[in-house]
Design a binder for this molecule. Structure first.
Ligand SMILES: C[S@@+](CC[C@H](N)C(=O)[O-])C[C@H]1O[C@@H](n2cnc3c(N)ncnc32)[C@H](O)[C@@H]1O
Length: 383
């Protein structure tokens, strides 16, 4: 809650709702100020909580920066997200509000608490992730456990409503308020086959056999930007390589194929991306060689200074529903710190994304390695 004796926090980071006043920051802290850490759907859930004060063991799903968590911090609360950045934001914002941190934070592959007495769910961008989450709830929670889902009205598409009909009972969508809606339902007991949520496909021209968990970028085919970068990889021999924002891991796997002696680290903020990458390393490289690792991180926040000679990156241009370049810029800034003198950052990007300027600002000279009508490949070196 907002209390005295704290550093000044900009008013646009103050979330006033029926449940109280909270300071909420997005991560990374460098996020643009016009992007808020909460939305009107969070406000509807706060209204619901005020009308239903007896919840003791809430289970939160996809709470991006902790807007749902703040009024529930004193309960036996579990929160699940695929995003490591969200996990960091929950603890950060609890501390910012001087609230107790008894949170049980879970990744999407962790077992769910069967004792939850209410599920609060924000609709994710990925339909496959939503289906996986609803199926997990149906398989784990006692039938009849209440679920309250919230999102902007436009996200309650026919496909989203159909998933709730498939995995829940009594699903009812509210009228729109502030362009957002609540969906209230009860869990239905459904047996699931976890293989249904894993997709597998091959890329014969590169000899890749790939596995994807739900929600991971480019789930059904090789991304065309990634394909272009795979056709223009740097020569073999880099001593320490990082695949930054690795998704299914294809860029690092491509480099590992041409340079089997190079140690490679794959990094993504998505737990499911890192799990997919680990499976793909095992299926496509000599995983016993001991010089491969895949880690969850926010950009390169946990990587030591001057520890890499080559960073490959196909950067994201959105954070869930928000279109933004700040994550890409954070990746470039971290890459500059983590590269050794003379080390290279090689980036593939849509032509319309203006990465030339920030790269020039950070590194100096920018070399264009290749271009096609849609993409460009840019290379910068740490001087
Ligand atoms: C455009 S996709 C590229 C995936 C893969 N490298 C490819 O080329 O197919 C960008 C990836 O960046 C990841 N990402 C987003 N924000 C991140 C962050 N803060 N730290 C690390 N990875 C992040 C996303 O989860 C996503 O997998």
């Amino acid at each position: 809650m907002v209390t005295q004796n704290r550093p000044a926090i900009p008013p646009e980071q103050r979330f006033d709702s029926a449940a109280g006043s909270f300071y909420l920051q997005r991560l990374p802290i460098s996020s643009p100020r016009n992007l808020q850490a909460w939305d009107a759907a969070d406000e509807l859930i706060h209204d619901y909580l005020v009308a239903n004060p007896d919840i003791r063991r809430p289970l939160l799903i996809n709470d991006q920066f902790g807007a749902l968590l703040m009024p529930l911090a004193d309960r036996e609360v579990y929160s699940v997200s695929d995003s490591y950045v969200s996990h960091c934001a929950w603890h950060h914002n609890l501390s910012l509000n001087q609230l107790p941190d008894r949170l049980q934070a879970l990744g999407p592959l962790d077992p769910l608490p069967a004792t939850a007495d209410l599920v609060l769910l924000k609709i994710p961008k990925s339909l496959s992730l939503l289906e996986f989450q609803l199926a997990q709830l149906a398989a784990t929670l006692p039938a009849g456990t209440p679920i309250v889902a919230a999102a902007k009205s436009k996200l309650f598409t026919p496909a989203v409503r159909e998933l709730f009909q498939r995995y829940c009972d009594q699903a009812e969508v509210s009228l729109a308020q502030k362009k957002s809606r609540l969906l209230q339902a009860r869990t239905r007991s459904v047996t699931i086959d976890s293989e249904h949520f894993v997709s597998r496909w091959s890329v014969p021209e590169f000899g890749f056999e790939l596995l994807h968990h739900a929600g991971v970028f480019a789930r059904n085919q090789l991304d065309i930007g990634a394909r272009f970068l795979l056709e223009h990889l740097p020569p073999a021999g880099a001593a320490d390589v990082i695949d930054l924002g690795c998704g299914n891991g294809v860029l690092g796997i491509g480099y590992g194929r041409v340079s089997p002696a190079s140690p490679i680290t794959w990094v993504d903020e998505s737990f499911l991306a890192v799990a997919s990458t680990r499976a793909n390393i095992a299926a496509n490289l000599d995983a016993d060689s001991g010089h491969y690792q895949a880690l969850v991180d926010d950009c390169l926040s946990q990587q030591p200074d001057q520890s890499s000679d080559l960073i490959l990156c196909n950067p994201p241009f959105h954070q869930e529903h928000a279109v933004t370049s700040h994550i890409a810029i954070q990746m470039f800034t971290d890459a500059r710190r983590v590269l050794r003198q003379g080390g290279e950052l090689r980036v593939v990007a849509n032509r319309h994304l203006a990465y030339h300027q920030p790269l020039k600002h950070l590194f100096g000279a920018v070399r264009q390695i290749a271009a096609n009508p849609k993409f460009v490949i840019l290379s910068v070196k740490k001087r």
